[in-house]
Design a protein around this ligand. Structure first.
Ligand code: AKB
Length: 319
């Protein structure tokens, strides 16, 4: 990796991944791709090149790849699960037509491509405990349908054309930098913001709803490590199960109450998010990622809670 295009650079993963890559590859061009209305700001805008990169405009993407001699594309443009249920056609357009544009450019210009999959690629018939790497994937959400198709299409371009596609199935991602927008796992980010601001938290999912979650520093490490992995060791490609923690709302609440014993939470169930969460695994088995490219997360729930609270207090200038 030297010259990298991050499509969706101002989103939840992109905003931090772009900065991580700029720190790790100072000699390269790490281009922050964005769409009008979601322009990079502050350090993201000032620390390297940026370009309008609409995933649905193949010509525009090809020009950026040409101009910056791009060798790797991180394709992070996507609607998250709950929003995709409200706008299924737009989700299909961004996630499928957009992916096809990127894969075609990668084929012509010899780029490697990372397009994340998700725990959303699994469905109600998937084994929910210790979900294996290779298992039933019959999701009933548009988000999930596009994620399974992303894995298949990325594998297809690898086997048919030799395009170096690789990816992981991300759990819910928790970060203190950029908020997620419209995911099923967003509650696990919002709960920290409420705790630090001294507000009551209204939880949209029932107690007992377990899902895999991951702290953003580990997710960024996964994004970089999979693309740097020795290809001769990769039996799988798109996408690897990666895991670091699994909890339900009561368990994350207990972790936060170690710091805020009076923190209050009540339940107001969102039926759309609840039914999506119920269809997703409780806990993934990520042994293939550990064996094939030495995946190993650094954070568990309590070390994440400690760091989230510390960082959010600085962010909001709370003593
Ligand atoms: C979502 O909730 O939609 C995402 C995901 C797990 O892919 N965070």
């Amino acid at each position: 990796m030297k010259n990298v295009l991050v499509v969706g650079s101002t989103g939840q993963i992109g905003s931090e991944l772009t900065m991580t890559l700029r720190r790790q590859i100072p000699e390269g061009n790490i281009v922050a791709g964005y769409i009008p209305g979601a322009e990079p700001k502050g350090i993201l805008a000032e620390s390297g090149p940026s370009a309008i990169a609409n995933v649905c405009d193949g010509k525009q993407l090809a020009e950026i790849v040409e101009k910056y001699n791009i060798d790797t594309i991180y394709n992070l443009a996507a609607l998250l699960s709950a929003v995709a249920e409200r706008k299924p056609l737009l989700a299909w357009d961004i996630q499928m037509n957009g992916l096809l544009n990127i894969l075609e450019i990668a084929r012509e210009k010899n780029c490697a491509v990372f397009t994340p999959s998700s725990i959303g690629s699994f469905g109600p018939n998937t084994p929910h405990m210790n979900t294996p790497q290779d298992t039933i994937q019959r999701p009933r959400t548009m988000y999930g349908v596009t994620k399974v198709a992303t894995e298949l299409l990325s594998d297809y371009y690898f086997h048919k054309y030799g395009v170096d596609t690789r990816s992981v199935r991300f759990p819910g991602l928790i970060s203190n930098v950029t908020l997620p927008g419209g995911g099923t796992t967003d509650y696990a980010v919002e709960i920290y913001y409420a705790a630090v601001k001294g507000e009551e938290f209204v939880c949209p999912l029932k107690a007992g709803t377990f899902m895999d979650m991951m702290y953003m520093p580990d997710a960024l490490k996964a994004c970089v490590d999979i693309m740097n992995a020795d290809p001769s060791r990769l039996i799988h490609r798109n996408g690897f199960n990666v895991a670091s923690m699994s909890f339900d709302p009561e368990i994350i609440l207990a972790s936060i109450r170690q710091y805020y014993p009076d923190f209050k939470m009540r339940y107001e169930i969102d039926p759309v998010r609840q039914s999506i969460a119920d269809s997703w695994p409780d806990k993934l088995d990520d042994s293939c990622a550990r064996e094939e490219w030495d995946w190993k997360p650094s954070y568990d729930l309590d070390t994440m809670t400690q760091d989230m609270i510390k960082c959010l207090k600085i962010k909001f200038d709370i003593k």
